[in-house]
Design a protein around this ligand. Sequence first.
Ligand SMILES: C[N+](C)(C)CCCC[C@H](N)C(=O)O
Ligand SMILES: O=C(O)CCC(=O)C(=O)O
Length: 556
Amino acid sequence: MPVLTRAPSRPCPISLQPFSSSSVFRKASSWGNDSGALKPSPVRREPDNATSAQSNTSPSSAPFLSSTLSASPAPSASSSLQIPSVSFASNQTSVTWSSGVTSRFHHLWLRDHCRCATCYHPKTKQRLLDTFAIPQDVTPSFVESTMEGLLVTWPGLGGPVSSGAPSQGADTTHEHGASDGSVPSTTTETASTGIEHQSLYPWSWLRANSYAPVLSSNMSSLDGAGDLQSDDLGMERRGKVLWGRGIASNPPTVQHQELASERGVAKWLSKLDAYGFCFIAGVPVTPEATQELIEKIAFIRPTHYGGFWDFTSNLAHGDTAYTSIALGAHTDTTYFTDPCGLQLFHLLEHSASEDGTPAKGGESLLVDGFLAAKVLRDVHPEAYRILSETRISTHSAGDEDTFIRPMHPRGYPILEHDDRTGELLLVRQNNDDRSTLKLREEEVMPFYDALRKWNEILTSTDGEYWQQLVPGTALSLLICWISAIANQRVLHGRSAFTGKRRMCGAYLAQDDVRSRTDVLLRRYPDVVHDGPRVPFAPSGGAQGGRFARGVWDDGL
Ligand SMILES: C[N+](C)(C)CCCC[C@H](N)C(=O)O
Ligand SMILES: O=C(O)CCC(=O)C(=O)O
């Protein structure tokens, strides 16, 4: 249990991160500090001339600091390493990073995000704390800047606390119990003991979740309203390899036999994550083997086309995919509120028809929607803005038993962004499936102009990657981008064909693919794909092939 210079009135049930405080204090003792403990100086509330606490550290702590404070900009070589300084006033706590940038966090937000074992179940990663029992004006007794993070001490507030309706003004933060992850029992703070509560927030987590301002290690600070003109749509940062027709020289591929191991599946997902598509060579030419293959990632997402599909040009399900006509670059299932995440195709057969019509055409087309979007933004920024803001709807209505449209009555934009960071999340493009445009009069012609410019890029020969699928080589493509954020990315299509052509495959849901990718790429961080690596730094401490998910992990 950490020994802090100011022993709280009770042991502080803080679930520490891998850098256990003993290691901190062990390192601290090497700084010539006789007690072996840091001496954070608590900061009490200072209305306007807020003071800040800062513990200077010696260079000998550099390795530890660099790993603990990796989220903070590396200090200049000449400056000594400094942990952020903190202060608080009115309803916010301020953290000033070594860069000089200050992040502000509402006290209510901080208290609500305490992840000690009494406020946050260490195993289930679920909130145990009753958010609505936190006083709206909750204010720390004091805040401290420690090696591991921001340490906030909250007062135990007045009034006996029952497990029922909160009494007026009392600190009715109902705490549930066990830090061992067992079934929580309700314990409460009572005014009579004046028990304080301490919360420790790791610096890296505070930086990653700073909202005033929004910070990002690779992107300029944004005003939080989402800046579509940000220099980086987040692709390099997310380790995405953008490609054009040149990818034909070395397309991402894995061998089917590699996928017998979980590490092999991690390699497959790593390539999918980087490129948005990946071939699998050596797949037995049967629907059964193909289904077994896709289920190595996740369970199949059934749709109105069925679960595992095995289709040909018989106009089944009333969709042109079930014909022999050409299909332009598109993403599937744009009409679902939650479009499918991964699509796998495996050509089982393409031969002459019974009437002797020869097998011709049926080539497959891939286009990197994210590269196309970058080109559109750079060359036609106004068109990019229009396609990012105009809602359009699509439908699947060819089967009399089905009429699928998205939840939002006007649908969704073709280019969808994270409105906080400006990152491009999702390319949702299927002009054949588009429903009636419902725009204001003055929007109609600008929209068509933007759409035309977008189509010119999508159909540019520089961006089109054509290849002829052959039985035994399956094609997996992310119509949903797998990374921190699920997106649609790769568009696909085909040329017209003649003859008997049989294709099989299935969809996977985006959340299931993203979950599997996140888990496996953390479990096998050494898995190499050809693109830039985006280190998965499991904050739970990677121990060999498995890692313990930490309560401060990204996304929680
Ligand atoms: C893949 N499979 C043949 C089963 C269905 C194809 C669905 C095509 C539809 N127009 C869409 O874009 O979603
Ligand atoms: O038949 C093909 O090669 C692809 C069909 C297609 O685009 C689809 O099913 O969405």
